[in-house]
Each structure stands twice: as C-alpha cells, then as structure tokens.
Design a protein around this ligand. Sequence first.
Ligand code: ZN
Length: 405
Amino acid sequence: MPHKAGPPPRRRVKSVGMTDAISITRDLVRCPSVTPADAGALGVLENILKAAGFEVHRVTFSEPGTADIDNLYARIGNQAPHITFAGHTDVVPPGDESAWTHGPFSGEVKDGFLYGRGAVDMKGGIACSVAAVLEYLKDNGGKPREDGQGSISFLITGDEEDVSINGTIKLLKWAAERGEKFDHCVLGEPSNVEVLGDTIKVGRRGSQSGTLHVEGMQGHVAYPHRAANPVPDISRLIVALSDEPLDHGSAQFQASNLEFTSVDVGNAASNVIPGQARAKFNIRYNDNHTQESLRKLVEERLTKACGNRIRARIAWEPSNSNVFVTKPGPFTDLAVAAIEAVTGRKPELSTSGGTSDARFISSYCPVIEFGLVGQTMHQINERTPIADLEKLTQVYRGVLDRYFA
Ligand SMILES: [Zn+2]
C-alpha cells in the first residue's frame, strides 16, 4: 500500500552504475589491451566521455616498422585554464595466466580488491579521473566553470608500456597543431610507494646511454711491443669516468650517476691482443644538466683521461628521456591539499624512479604524477584495494574543485 506521504527519496551518496571508478576499471581491465592491442579499451572511455558532452577524437598513429596505435583525446570547454588528465590504456603481458588467482582480464572483485592486469598501472587511475570529472561536471551544470571559463581534457594513449613511438609524444604534437594549449596535467601513473597519499612524482631524471670505444692495435701476445692493448686503457677510462661525481644532487634530485653496464673486446683468442675495446654505460642525470651540457662534460673528462696517448671516443645513443621537474608552487600545493584532505597524508614530492610519459608532457605544461599504489604493478595478481579507487576519485575531485575555484 502506498503511503500518502512516502519517505523522502533516498539521497544518492555517490554515483553508481556504469560511470563509477570501480565499474570503469572493470570494463577497462576486461579489454586485454596488451601493447599494441587496444581490444576496445579506448572505446569504453569514448562512450562514457561522449555521453558526458566531451568532444572525442580517436587518433591512430603509425610508423614503418612499428604497430599502428590507437589514441584518444577528449575535451570539454574551450577556454583556459585547461587541465588535462593523461594516461595509458595499454598494459604489459600477464605472464603465466595460470599463476593468477583471478584471471588477468577478469576484473574480479574479491575481499576488497579488484584484480587484473592494469588495475594499478594504470586503468584504475584513468577510471578514477573519469569518474571524478563526471561527478564534478554533474555538480557544476555540465561545465568546467559556471562562467564558461575552463577546460578539462583526457589525453590517453595505447602506447606507453612498449616503444612509446606512436603514443603520447605524437598525440601531444597532434594536439598542438590543432591549437590545443594545456595549462596543467595530472598523469595517473601509480606514483604511491606503500600507501595512497605517500608520493607525488614531480619530475624524473634524464636518461642517456652511450658506448665508449677505445682503439688499440692488434698483435701477438708474445710481441706486445708491436701492438697496443686497449684493455688496460679502457679499464683506466672506465675508472676515471666512474669515479668523479657528475654533481652532488640538487634541490629536487639525487646526484646524477654514470654507470658502466658492459665491457667487450670481442676477442675469443688467448694469444691475440685485441685491436678495439668498447664499454656501454648509462647516465641518470638531474636538473644540473641538459642532455647537451652532460655530453660535453663527459667528453671533456674523457679527453683529459686519455691524455695524448689513448685514442677513444663516445658514441651517444639517441635519447628522448630528458630531465624535467615541476617546481613546487600553486599547482603542486593544490594537489597536496587535495591528497591531504582525503588521505590525511602529506605526500612527498619525489623525482625518483624510471621514466614515464610525463617526460613528453613536460615540454607542453607542468605535469605531476599521482595515481594508485604501485606495489603490484607488472606482477602476477596485480590488484588494487577498492577503497583506493574510491579515495583516488575523491582526490581528483578535490583537485578539480580547487583548480576551478
Ligand atoms: Zn604505467
């Protein structure tokens, strides 16, 4: 029997259905998008964002010798300030599928965890940003700001985990050619180390590899005076280049480091003095250097160590992993405040770890990385606590509230 005056309609505490972070994560995880496959992952986002009023572009990039890659760019609003949420829907292979307690592409939820490849790296992070933006728009009349200012976009690639050739680097260029201007970027990579809220990544070291070549003169070991052995020489040069620090760190970074990773003379004979020797090395460098100044510094040290006797040179490998840092300021402050409000933790502003697409984005606008907890990424049984998906969504929501306030 209906009451005359029924109970008040139940208040919806948070959005449910297809557009909350958990169901979006599940939908994405169920697409086996191991690089370079898309497997429908971008289509999941396209549908949701179109329904929310975004202008959505699907852009495919190709290059001889590489797989074609799908990418997605979606924007709502056409004014500044413009905040973009970046990420990748591709994932690394699952490894031995039988070793997973829940299928790697099942998106199964068990005991408070969502399982699956990409759950933390980084379909979960993308899902939280989409859910947060949708909720924010719903509460603000469908627009970034009531006065018509402001833009929100998504910059999503399917090419991050492998060669990263047909992904973010080209998508950014494509967007720039369309006249897109980004003011700030949040990249939802799993930045946290132990617990949600412990770390924002505000920069990364640069990476530069090279090979040291030393020329000698081949000869018989019994007649060393008629040969020039490059083995002792390359040893001296390795010690010289390794021993002298490149710097002592900077405000945001640890000290740069040059590390030799292999030495090779290609000599199988024990009675021959080899004619050449080479050694490979990699440098992780901080913001005391640019790629150019770093190469110059190392070459100067090599010249000094060679004196006028040793003949050596360095062959540099091409590198697009330049150092970058987003200095502490209003943007990092508002992210820290949003994280603290939700998690009760004051995150460290870190520059440690390997590279990500932030190195490309940093040429266009300040970028910070904040996402889920990285502990299980790339592992068997990759999983995220459901509670973290909810909290990360609230953090992104807090970022949006503060950004457009
Ligand atoms: Zn990732």
